[in-house]
Ligand binder design. Structure first.
Ligand code: NAD
Length: 376
């Protein structure tokens, strides 16, 4: 697929190189993390080595899919494994900070799923640990690495959209099933991190550093039913440092979406064109120079790669793509994104959203960057 060539390390080519030139990955948290263990079968520059979870049941499920790996219930044992060079973290949001710091201290590089962290204290601790140890981190922003979003980015970088004037992103998802399996989602994080990390990362990816946000939040009937602490409906306006603007929306208590809309969408409006990327229908829609709409729909060609022929919405392909990208960057000494600094900046934008929704006042991001120790 030529559209992927612009991103180093994306869409592996076979045959696989020998293990000696691949980065070994150990996965912590085997619910969503199991997807990476299986997804890594697609990668060439990274390979799965080990899995860790406190739950024997989760280990048994991962072992059934990847019987060839080392498994443990002890994070210390995973960190001590000599072939684990990158630790990939898929534990509940509020634990990411301590798990990243432990990995850095053990001399490992890290892939951390979104949201990177959900408190200013953890942001400060992670930044200090990275500076102390020199270890490196990629934030697993899966949406960036999904096919339509890769194609949309490639077209943008080729100049087909021109200079952006508005970026509009959303992530909608009914979450009762999530509260049932992961009660921490109602009490130990906030949807401005857990859910909005997708659209806010997308807006920030295109607009660059965000100067100020204005946000309103609301708790849905479904959120009330699960005794949600914070909000699960958000509308956010964002202004970039250079004055351009964007919007991020999230709703995590809604009824099922009509099929015309996708769970995640990113609309770019530029001086030369407009484009729309969709998750999970795997559609990339854009306007040609004469205004004709072009619909690229590779779902049937790529459903095995991205969804492992399971239900729409699994993340095998995206996780493999970002692991391949990060491992390739570490092996070749090239840049990767989103890195720790970008992830912490996005954390500051999400924290600004939380504060703005609480107070009803716009919140500037620069003081938050200073608060966590990043130069504003
Ligand atoms: N699109 C995406 O990238 C995507 C999708 C879903 C979830 N996530 C993220 O993945 C993370 C996990 O979500 P989930 O749905 O798998 O949650 P989950 O509650 O289903 O699973 C978390 C797992 O972590 C394990 N765990 C907790 N503490 C541990 C420890 N100290 N040592 C070992 N294992 C430990 C638990 O036993 C559990 O199996 C969250 O941060 C979430 O935001 C990302």
């Amino acid at each position: 697929m030529s559209s992927l060539k612009h991103i180093p390390g994306i869409r592996p080519t076979f045959p696989r190189p020998p293990a000696s030139v691949q980065k070994g990955i150990g996965v912590l948290g085997l619910h969503e993390g199991r997807t990476l263990l299986v997804g890594l079968e697609r990668a060439t520059r990274a390979r799965a080595v080990a899995g860790c979870d406190l739950s024997e049941e989760k280990i048994a499920a991962a072992r059934a899919a990847r019987p060839d790996l080392f498994y443990t219930t002890s994070y210390a044992e995973l960190l001590a494994h000599p072939e684990v060079e990158i630790v990939a973290i898929y534990t509940p949001d509020a634990l990411h900070g301590e798990h990243i710091v432990a990995a850095f201290e053990a001399g490992k590089d890290v892939i951390c799923t979104k949201p990177l962290v959900n408190s200013a204290d953890d942001a400060r601790r992670v930044l200090a640990a990275a500076r102390r140890t020199g270890r490196r981190l990629l934030v697993g922003q899966s949406t960036r690495f999904f096919e339509p979003f890769l194609r949309q980015r490639a077209a943008f970088e080729r100049g087909e959209i021109g200079r952006l004037e508005l970026v509009d992103a959303h992530y909608f998802h009914r979450m009762d099933w999530f509260y049932e399996k992961s009660p921490w989602a109602a009490t130990a994080t906030d949807w401005c991190f857990l859910g909005l990390s997708h659209p806010i990362d997308l807006v920030r990816w295109y607009l660059g550093r965000i100067a100020e946000v204005h946000a309103y939040g609301y708790r849905s009937a479904l959120g009330e039913r699960y005794s949600l602490q914070g909000c699960d409906v958000y509308t956010v306006s964002l202004r970039a440092v250079d004055g351009r603007i964007g919007r991020a929306l999230g709703h995590y208590g809604l009824h099922e979406l009509p099929s015309a809309r996708n769970a995640i969408e990113l609309l770019l409006c530029g001086t030369e064109g407009t484009s729309l990327a969709q998750y999970h229908d795997m559609r990339y829609l854009h306007t040609a120079a004469d205004g004709t709409q072009v619909i690229e729909d590779p779902l049937y060609a790529l459903r095995h790669y991205y969804f492992n022929s399971e239900v729409h919405g699994a993340h095998y392909g995206e996780f493999a793509n970002y692991a391949e990208h990060f491992a390739g960057a570490l092996l070749d000494g090239t840049p990767w994104a989103p890195d720790l600094e970008e992830g912490l900046e996005t954390f500051c934008v999400m924290e600004a959203v939380r504060r703005a929704a609480q107070t009803g006042q716009p919140v500037r991001v620069a003081p938050l960057l200073e608060e966590i120790g990043l130069a504003a």
